[in-house]
Write a protein that binds this ligand. Structure first.
Ligand code: AMP
Length: 279
């Protein structure tokens, strides 16, 4: 496995590799969710590359960026274990050289939910992923369904900017109690960690109501609120029942199209998100 730190090293390494090429963009502190993306990338491609870059532009709170967990040695060992060929570990200056002054800003699909709750977040995501897609030129790139809106934003960005990399969404990997794996879980206190699966239970309660025939958006949102309100450590930011293509909030869930249940909940200083597709 080769570790590449600069654009030049990356370009030279990529000139020689077999195709197709699969890219797994990450912010490090790798866990089994990242590993599942790497495995899928290996299964689909002749060559696989991960990027590890804690992207300052996608953090809407400076403190969240500062305390984001980092451990390059451990991350590289995981990439090696997963059999990756290349890992791109750029510095902030390598991605955003002096004088950098462009923002990629996706429209409607980036506005609700995480876009509304975290101003500037998706501009940062779309900008860094556009740069990575351009530098790497992979045929395929792998993202987690856990960040469902992020997948939609990146698909829109790639389509609109005529970037030929195909965006592939992979299933959410969870702990045994349902909590979606996330690098931020490391910040949860033991009591918060014990409380956190309420987010998954809320989504599943709404899914059950939907499976039993409930089609009212408010009915399904109530189902989520009810479960979340049983947990004193859970401070919900939003619950959503939205169109699975536009993320517009739904009054009624249609029988013929994809819909998405999602929620963001704070436990102490740690903000977690999760979602459940209805289709
Ligand atoms: P991050 O390092 O948190 O930016 O995540 C890098 C990629 O891993 C993103 O595409 C995430 O959606 C994905 N990811 C994060 N957590 C999970 C998970 N629990 N299951 C599957 N994919 C995940």
């Amino acid at each position: 496995m080769r570790v590449l730190r600069t654009r030049d090293e990356l370009r030279d390494a990529l000139a020689e590799v077999g195709r197709p090429l699969g890219l797994v963009p990450t912010m490090g502190w790798l866990h089994d969710g990242h590993r599942s993306l790497m495995r899928r990338a290996r299964a689909d491609n002749a060559t696989t590359i991960a990027s590890i870059f804690v992207n300052p532009r996608q953090f809407n709170e400076a403190a969240d960026y500062q305390r984001y967990p980092r451990n390059e040695t451990r991350d590289l060992a995981i990439c090696e274990e997963e059999g990756l060929d290349l890992v791109f570990v750029p510095s902030v200056e390598e991605i955003y050289p002096p004088g950098f002054d462009t923002t990629v800003s996706v429209g409607a699909v980036a506005r609700p939910l995480e876009g509304a709750a975290r101003p500037g977040h998706f501009d940062g995501v779309a900008t860094v992923v556009a740069i990575l897609f351009d530098l790497v030129g992979a045929e395929h790139a792998y993202f987690g369904q856990k960040d469902a809106q992020q997948v939609m934003v990146i698909r829109q960005m790639a389509r609109d900017l005529a970037i030929p990399t195909e965006v592939i969404a992979c299933p959410t990997v969870r702990e045994a109690d349902g909590l979606a794996l996330s690098s931020r879980n490391v910040h949860l206190s033991p009591a918060e960690r014990a409380a956190a699966p309420v987010l998954r239970r809320a989504l599943l309660a709404a899914r059950d109501r939907w499976a039993a025939g409930e089609r009212s958006g408010d009915g399904l949102r109530d189902a989520m609120w009810q479960v979340l309100s049983t947990e004193p450590l859970a401070i919900p930011a939003y619950v959503s029942v939205a169109d699975g293509r536009t993320l517009a909030e739904l009054e009624r869930v249609p029988d013929d199209g994809p819909s998405l249940l999602s929620s963001a909940v704070r436990f102490g200083s740690t903000r977690l998100i999760d979602n459940e597709p209805l289709d």
